[in-house]
Design a protein around this ligand. Structure first.
Ligand code: 1CP
Length: 369
C-alpha cells in the first residue's frame, strides 16, 4: 500500500494455477482450463443480493464491489480464470457519453450519436487513468485478493461493438442505425472507430499495468456485418489493437499477455482472426469444433463454444455434450467456455455440472493422449 492506502500493482501473490495461461499461449497442458463468459452475473443469488438496489455503473466504479463480484463465482466453482467485473460501456462513458443502466431495459444512452456532427460532442483527448482509473484499481485489488489461485482476465468492447451502442443508444436487433452510418457516412465511421481504438489501446495497457494477466476483446456485434463490412470496419481495428498493445507493452517493459478475440457470429472471419496477432480466438456455438480447428490452422488457441442454452439440459446430458466438445477441439491449445455469456435464469448447479464435466473428461482424455 502507498501512503494514501491505495493498493499498488506490485508484489502480487505467486500464481498457483497457470493452466489457462499455458493453453492461451499455446504451451502444453495436462488439463483443459475452463471459465464462463458472464461468470459473475445475475444467475448467482449472492450476485443479486450484492447488487440489489444499487446502480449498475456505481457498482462498476467501486473497486471493492467489483472485486467481490469477481470472486463470487470462484468461491462456488473451480474455474481456471477470473474475469474482472466491469462492463464494455465504460469506454463510451470515458469519451464523454452518458450511459445509464435502466432496470428491465438494459444499457441506455439518453443522447446517442445521430449524425456525424455529433462526434464533436466526444472528448478528443481522453485521460484514460483519470476516467477509467477505477477499473485499474479494481484489477489491482482483485489480483491481490485472488491470492494467486487463478489468473485475472481484463477486457474491453471492440470498436465496432461500442460504436453500435453509441449510435443505437442501447441494445438492438438489427443495428440498422449504426449500419446506416457505415453505408452513409463511412468516413465519419472510420473517424469514430479510430478514436475508440486509441482509447481502447490505452485502456488495455492500463489494465495490464494494474495486474491483468490476459485480455479479451469482445466484438459481440460482428454478426450483423457481412465479410466485406467486417473487413473494412472491424478487422483492421481489431488488428491494430493487438499490434499496438503488444508493441507498447514491450516499450513499457511490461509482460506480454495473451490476448483473446471473441467475434460473436463472425465465423466467416475465422481465418483472418487466426492471423491477427491474437493468441486465442473465441468461438460462439454456431461452428463445429473440428471445422473450427481446421480453419484456424494450428496458428492459435481456441476458446468456446458450448451453446449457453445447453445448460438448461439435465446434468447428465451436459456431461455428454461437454465430452463431445472436448473430443472435437482436443485437449491442447484449448480453453473450454460457453459460446456466449450465461443468462440470468440459469441454474448455478448446472454451471457447476459444466465445469465439473470439463475437468473430469479432460483428465481422462489427457491420460489417454
Ligand atoms: O444489473 C446487472 O447486473 C446488469 C447485467 C450486466 C452484467 C452482470 C451487465 C449489463 N453487464 C454486466 C457485467 C459484464 N458485462 C461483464 C463482467 C461479468 C463477467 O463476465 O463475469 C462483462 C465481461 C460484460 C461485457 C459486456 N457488456 C458485453 C460483451 C459480452 C457479451 O455479452 O457479448 C456486452 C455486449 C455488454 C453490454 C451490456 N451490459 C449489460 C447488458 C444487459 C448488456 C447487453 C445489452 C444489449 O445489447 O442488449
Amino acid at each position: 500500500m502507498d501512503k494514501d492506502n491505495h493498493i499498488l500493482p506490485k508484489d502480487f501473490p505467486e500464481l498457483q494455477n497457470d493452466c489457462f495461461l499455458r493453453a492461451a499461449r499455446g504451451e502444453e497442458t495436462t488439463c483443459v482450463p475452463v471459465w464462463c463468459m458472464r461468470q459473475a452475473g445475475r444467475y448467482l443469488p449472492e450476485f443479486r443480493e450484492s447488487r440489489a438496489g444499487k446502480d449498475f455503473f456505481e457498482t462498476c466504479r467501486s473497486p471493492e464491489a467489483c472485486c467481490e463480484l469477481t470472486l463470487q463465482p470462484l468461491r462456488r466453482f473451480p474455474f481456471d480464470a477470473a474475469i474482472i467485473f466491469s462492463d464494455i460501456l465504460v469506454v463510451p462513458q470515458a469519451l464523454g457519453m452518458d450511459v445509464q443502466m435502466v432496470p428491465g431495459k438494459g444499457p441506455t444512452f439518453p443522447e446517442p450519436l445521430k449524425e456525424p456532427e455529433d462526434l464533436l460532442r466526444l472528448r478528443t483527448t481522453v485521460d484514460v487513468s483519470a476516467e477509467l482509473g477505477y477499473v485499474f484499481k479494481a484489477i489491482t485489488l482483485t489480483r491481490h485478493k485472488l491470492e494467486g489461485k487463478v489468473p485475472l482476465i481484463g477486457f474491453t468492447g471492440a470498436p465496432w461493438t461500442l460504436m453500435t451502442y453509441m449510435i443505437e443508444g442501447g441494445g438492438s436487433n438489427t443495428m440498422s442505425k449504426a449500419k446506416r452510418w457505415l453505408y452513409r457516412h463511412p468516413e465519419a465511421s472510420h473517424r469514430l472507430l479510430v478514436q475508440l481504438t486509441d482509447v481502447i489501446v490505452e485502456y488495455l495497457l492500463g489494465q495490464v499495468a494494474a495486474g491483468a494477466q490476459a485480455l479479451q476483446v469482445f466484438e459481440s456485434h460482428a454478426g450483423c456485418l457481412g465479410p466485406a463490412q467486417f473487413n473494412e470496419f472491424a478487422l483492421p481495428y481489431l488488428r491494430t489493437i493487438a499490434r499496438k498493445v503488444k508493441e507498447k507493452l514491450k516499450e513499457a517493459g511490461l509482460d506480454d499477455v495473451p490476448m483473446i478475440v471473441f467475434a460473436k457470429d463472425g465465423h466467416y472471419a475465422l481465418e483472418d482472426l487466426s492471423q491477427s496477432q491474437y493468441e486465442v480466438v473465441g468461438l460462439d456455438w454456431t461452428i463445429d469444433p473440428q471445422a473450427a480447428r481446421k480453419r484456424a490452422g494450428g496458428r492459435v488457441s481456441l476458446q468456446g463454444n458450448l451453446d449457453p442454452c445447453a445448460l438448461y439440459a439435465p446434468k447428465e446430458k451436459i456431461g455428454e455434450m461437454v465430452k463431445m466438445m472436448l473430443e472435437g477441439f482436443g485437449t491442447q491449445r484449448y480453453i473450454a467456455n460457453l459460446g456466449h455469456g450465461l443468462y440470468p435464469d440459469m441454474d448455478p448447479e448446472h454451471v457447476g455440472a459444466f465445469v465439473e464435466a470439463v475437468h473430469s473428461h479432460s483428465r481422462q482424455l489427457c491420460q489417454l493422449k
